[in-house]
Design a protein around this ligand. Structure first.
Ligand SMILES: Nc1ncnc2c1ncn2[C@@H]1O[C@H](COP(=O)(O)OP(=O)(O)OP(=O)(O)O)[C@@H](O)[C@H]1O
Ligand SMILES: C[C@@](O)(CCOP(=O)(O)O)CC(=O)O
Length: 198
């Protein structure tokens, strides 16, 4: 199925990282800094969770949150999503970008090579890939617990090898401040969006 691209972004920042590494925290920080006129956050999991919640009568907003509610359904959501991706790898990417009109897109939750490949194929000049990293100790402090069948499966490990990330962001207490690590990314986004202040 050919992709009807609704707009032509200047820059697409595709984030990935393990559970509780801080993908949402870091992308929310970037969104606040650049502002809603310049950038929007695309969550590949949002259209998945919306349809999954509708089919099962669950709370969509809770599934989008960072609490324990979504963890009860994670394994089943992963399986549900993988069945859709098997038929059409770009299914959730297309849905997530359908109403994006800002010049800078932040994709907060890529998890598979097929996610990256979709953006590299559709937007080869605009796409940059960023990995958010945090130690297991830090992640546990944020509420993560290793779960067999999830943390050793594609949803969490699909981008562990074979990706030459443009940036690695370390989101631990002993890492440099996020604003410092994100400085060049902010500059690139402001340049691409034509909002840089001299
Ligand atoms: N640098 C930070 N300082 C303070 N709190 C943080 C930081 N990074 C993450 N957190 C907190 O840790 C928790 C997990 O972060 P976040 O939800 O961004 O992780 P995630 O990678 O999106 O996880 P998931 O894949 O489970 O959605 C949140 O409560 C978030 O507010
Ligand atoms: C089902 C899934 O989309 C859940 C993601 O939830 P979250 O980004 O961790 O809040 C993960 C996946 O698609 O493998």
């Amino acid at each position: 199925m050919s992709t009807m691209l609704t707009t032509n972004p200047k820059l697409i920042l595709v984030f990935s990282g393990k559970r509780k590494s801080g993908k949402d925290y870091v992308t929310d920080l970037i969104h606040k800094r650049l502002g809603p006129e310049v950038c929007c956050i695309l969550r590949l999991s949002a259209p998945l969770k919306e349809q999954y919640a509708r089919e099962r009568g669950l709370d969509f907003k809770e599934l989008l949150g960072s609490g324990q509610y979504k963890e009860q359904y994670r394994a089943d959501m992963i399986a549900w999503g993988e069945r859709r991706r098997k038929q059409d790898p770009g299914f959730f990417c297309r849905l997530a970008q359908r109403s994006a009109t800002q010049p800078v897109w932040i994709v907060s939750d890529a998890r598979r090579l097929s996610d990256l490949q979709w953006f590299w194929t559709e937007y080869p000049n605009q796409t940059r890939c960023i990995r958010v990293e945090a130690s297991e100790h830090t992640r546990r402090q944020r509420g993560w617990e290793f779960t067999s069948g999830i943390d050793d499966a594609e949803s969490e490990c699909g981008l562990d090898q074979g990706v030459d990330f443009d940036w690695i962001i370390r989101n631990d207490k002993d890492a440099p401040p996020l604003e410092e690590q994100l400085h060049l990314l902010f500059s690139l986004a402001e340049e691409k969006a034509g909002t840089e202040t001299s």
